[in-house]
Design a protein around this ligand. Structure first.
Ligand code: AOF
Ligand code: ZN
Length: 352
């Protein structure tokens, strides 16, 4: 077999990693709480195998990519592009780093190091110890955006927080007595339900649960329901409210009781301290990687004021609703504005 002296240039390296990122994306919605990971195997500048992590608990990207290579004898002369540091632990599957070592691949390009303490550097070390060249940080920023929930979860030890609300053109989210008013339209509703299908949990405060009586499930989009989270200090939300209907797990943080009642977990919070960090910590312990905060204003504003948010979506409708409850005020991080039908969608990011 001829020695592979082929040298990849910078543009090729980026293009192959971009392909691996595109493959990773195919796992969206099916791999949480695992990251989306893609892998491309290249021989003499040509792709000979591709794979991605398709479903939680199933094979990792590298295993699928190696299995996709028809002529396995080419592997020792190949370059592997993988969007996350190959794992080093025996989890649901054996370590991917061992697989690459077994095949003695020539070089491994990595987009992001794995923040999971089970791996965190040990995968790269295994490869290097076996004499495999490792180049890390290729398209690093794109990989961090793709797996922003996963990175936030491990680095900040809390779920990735997405704020979302709809306001009238004059900045109101409800009528003065908290009475709900229809601000969203058919398009924004579908958009909201797609968001729900993609995130692990959705959280509201007492008055939103009482006055809007939302079910917080995914109806106008195909996909899973998020875990519902209610903050109801004094258990004022009626037990027959829509938020408790159905079988989707629902967590109610309150100051009165801890109890499991079917799909509802009542969790008592004792401290006088601010509840938000404690709730986020409890969600972290439950391995919830992302949460949408859907209201009301007080809860959204306390997330903003304590810098406990990552992304925010503000829908603005053309209608004016006169007097009413003011929408949250967010003055930093605007990254994008688009018109969707007669609404505008403003997107904010704390990282920008
Ligand atoms: C990889 N390739 O495609 C993925 C990796 O529960 P397990 O056994 O599937 O392990 C999950 C952890 O493995 C996850 O938290 C992350 O650190 C890593 N995911 N690693 O080499 C992959 N999905
Ligand atoms: Zn792995």
């Amino acid at each position: 077999m001829s020695k592979n002296n082929h040298v990849l240039n910078d543009a090729q390296i980026k293009a192959f990693m971009q392909r691996a990122l595109d493959l990773a994306q195919l796992g969206a919605g099916n791999v949480s709480p695992n990251p989306m990971v893609g892998c491309v195997i290249v021989h003499q500048g040509k792709i000979i195998g591709e794979g991605w992590h398709q479903r939680y608990g199933h094979w990792h990207a590298e295993v699928n990519a190696v299995a996709d290579v028809k002529d396995q004898s080419l592997l020792p002369e190949s370059e592997v592009f993988v969007t996350l540091e190959p794992c080093s632990h025996f989890g649901k599957t054996p370590p991917c780093a061992d697989l690459l070592v077994k095949h003695q691949v020539r070089r491994v390009y990595i987009c992001n190091d794995d923040p999971n303490p089970l791996v965190a550097g040990k995968g790269i070390q295994k490869l290097r110890d076996a004499g495999i060249e490792v180049i890390s940080g290729v398209l690093e920023k794109k990989g961090r955006v793709l797996n922003r929930r996963f990175f936030t979860f491990f680095e900040k030890k809390r779920p990735y927080i997405i704020l979302k609300w709809a306001e009238s053109t004059n900045g109101k989210i409800a009528l003065p007595n908290f009475q709900a008013v229809q601000i969203s339209n058919a398009l924004s509703r579908r958009w909201t339900h797609r968001l729900r299908s993609e995130e692990d949990a959705i959280m509201v405060g007492t008055r939103t649960a009482q006055y809007d009586n939302p079910s917080l499930n995914t109806r106008f989009w195909t996909g899973k329901n998020p875990i519902r989270v209610l903050i109801d200090k004094h258990l004022q939300v009626a037990e027959d409210s829509a938020i408790y209907v159905g079988t989707t797990p629902t967590i109610c943080y309150n100051s009165i009781k801890s109890e499991q009642k079917g799909h509802i977990s009542y969790v008592q919070m004792n401290s006088e301290n601010s509840w938000l960090p404690m709730i986020l910590d409890d969600l972290y312990q439950r391995k919830i990687q992302s949460v949408i905060v859907e209201g009301g204003t007080a809860l959204l504003q306390s997330c903003i004021d304590s810098h406990l948010w990552d992304e925010a979506y503000r829908w603005i409708s053309p209608q004016a609703i006169g007097e009413g409850i003011a929408a949250p005020i967010l003055t930093e991080g605007l990254v994008d504005r688009k018109e969707i039908g007669d609404n505008s969608l403003w997107r904010y990011s704390i990282e920008q």
